[in-house]
Write a protein of this length. Structure first.
Length: 289
């Protein structure tokens, strides 16, 4: 897994951080999945290349992961390392295909009309990652699939609220257009990075949707599978803390610094998550009022 682990270490992402709580066999498997997600996302986001070039690149990834899932011989190093994980965990090509479809949406779709349209995007780029991950984690109750779906929605909406300025610099607005209209915020204001009380109210409304998904994930995860979902639970805790930080600053993300959860805070959440599960507490660290 040297290739995948190098990509994971370089990313320093919250997802990669969560692997530390997994048993060794699963901790060794997750970098391959993460590296796949990272590399297809990078293909879609390489703005220096023409869209059709990126589309061809994603098509090549789709064909190569198809080979990995069907027992063929994939060409890309990440997919070669991922193939044993696919076999051991029963990962389905259809989910990888949906993830690539989500990346393809970023090539063509720079605005979302309403929450249902945004929900499809969040499903493909985030909930699908959760659905793949829980197969590696292992679970007994099929309700874990609902848990993974809701948590993916919550995490992606939190990301969207944090990255409004960064996305605008790339010509993208993920906040639903019907909600912009409802709160009197124009696309031009967002593209100019203009903060206002109207924008704060809009963002708080979108945060309410994220909170709904955090709450649903909290409620649907079976207690018997909570320990196997420890990495996902840590992700929920980290992104819940991020959402609370955004709320504290009234969603003013247009300044020079990206809102982050600090490394000491993440370490604290790791220890807290591990302790709570160790002593048998089944209440998550997120989704509370």
């Amino acid at each position: 897994m040297q290739h995948s682990q190098a990509i994971t270490r370089k990313s320093a992402s919250n997802l990669a951080l969560a692997f530390i709580l997994l048993p060794k066999a699963k901790r060794d498997a997750m970098p391959a999945l993460y590296a796949f997600c990272r590399e297809v996302d990078d293909v879609a986001d390489e703005d220096t290349l023409p869209v059709e070039h990126r589309r061809t690149g994603l098509a090549a990834w789709r064909e190569d992961i198809r080979k990995a899932c069907s027992g063929g011989q994939p060409e890309f190093p990440t997919n070669r390392e991922l193939q044993p994980v696919i076999r051991q965990s029963g990962l389905k090509f259809e989910l990888f295909d949906e993830l690539i479809q989500g990346c393809e949406m970023d090539l063509d779709t720079h605005r979302y009309a309403d929450f249902p349209a945004l929900e499809l995007y969040c499903h493909r780029v985030a909930s699908v990652v959760g659905l793949l991950s829980i197969e590696i984690f292992g679970y007994r109750d099929p309700a874990c699939r609902k848990y993974a779906w809701h948590l993916g929605q919550a995490l992606q909406l939190t990301n969207i609220l944090r990255d409004v300025k960064v996305d605008a610099q790339r010509g993208r607005i993920y906040l639903p257009l019907d909600q912009l209209n409802a709160f009197g915020v124009t696309e031009e204001e967002i593209m100019r990075h203009e903060y206002s009380d109207r924008y704060a109210a809009l963002a708080q409304h979108v945060a309410g949707e994220a909170r709904r998904h955090y709450k649903a994930a909290r409620e649907v995860l079976p207690a018997g599978d909570r320990r196997s979902m420890i990495a996902a639970e840590l992700m929920g805790s980290v992104y819940w803390r991020l959402l609370r930080k955004l709320e504290q600053k009234r969603f003013n993300v247009f300044g020079p610094d990206l809102t982050r959860v600090s490394k000491p805070q993440k370490i604290g959440l790791i220890l807290r998550t591990w302790f709570r599960l160790g002593v048998g507490l089944v209440t998550p660290n997120y989704g509370t009022p």
